[in-house]
Design a protein. Structure first.
Length: 195
């Protein structure tokens, strides 16, 4: 069994979800992060190859999560079935995601914001929904980069150029920026995303 030590702002995995770990040899959170990162590298190669543009739908959102974590977690690509320390109630996830996906074309059509501002707002809302049991931040950042690059035709973000899955100054800045966005101030999140 893994000794889960969660960094600031991380969503704890409940015992039922922990049972979904496919790699029984993992014993530390560091090992889990490494295996998840290896799986994410495979997802990045798939994205590079396919250059997806039809991403604003439940099917793609789930497919990306499965590509990112499907070698590690049995439940990868499936919406969470329990409430967490953040996010909407688990039974509201599908409707909230549909609303987000329906809202984005309106944002694009009205052109009230720059591509970067739309992308940050998209990212924040996806994190706020928190669709999955684990990996929501990494999934939301990658979804945002696909959105800004393949849909808005702009440069993807650098997200502080650091690994945000481990506790460090950059993760704290990211969490603080998300909390500012909770209050309607997207500027710190935009600045962090571009840093």
């Amino acid at each position: 069994m893994i000794d889960f030590k969660y960094p600031e702002g991380a969503t704890p995995i409940d015992p039922d979800e922990a049972e979904g770990l496919l790699l029984t040899h993992i014993t530390t959170h560091g090992e889990l992060n490494r295996w998840e990162q290896d799986n994410i590298v495979e997802a990045l190669a798939w994205i590079d190859k396919t250059k997806p543009t039809n991403i604003l739908n439940e099917q793609f959102i789930k497919q990306l999560h499965k590509r990112m974590f499907g070698n590690v977690w049995r439940w990868a690509g499936q919406f969470r079935r329990s409430d967490k320390n953040l996010g909407v109630s688990w039974h509201q996830v599908p409707m909230c995601l549909k609303n987000l996906c329906d809202d984005v074309p309106v944002w694009i059509q009205t052109e009230n914001e720059s591509p970067e501002e739309m992308a940050v707002r998209f990212h924040h809302r996806l994190v706020w929904i928190h669709p999955f049991s684990n990996g929501n931040g990494r999934h939301s950042r990658l979804m945002t980069d696909i959105f800004i690059e393949n849909v808005l035709l702009s440069s993807p973000f650098t997200w502080g150029k650091r690994d945000l899955s481990n506790p460090n100054e950059y993760r704290s800045r990211y969490i603080n920026a998300l909390q500012e966005a909770d209050n309607g101030n997207y500027f710190p999140l935009l600045e962090f995303a571009k840093s």
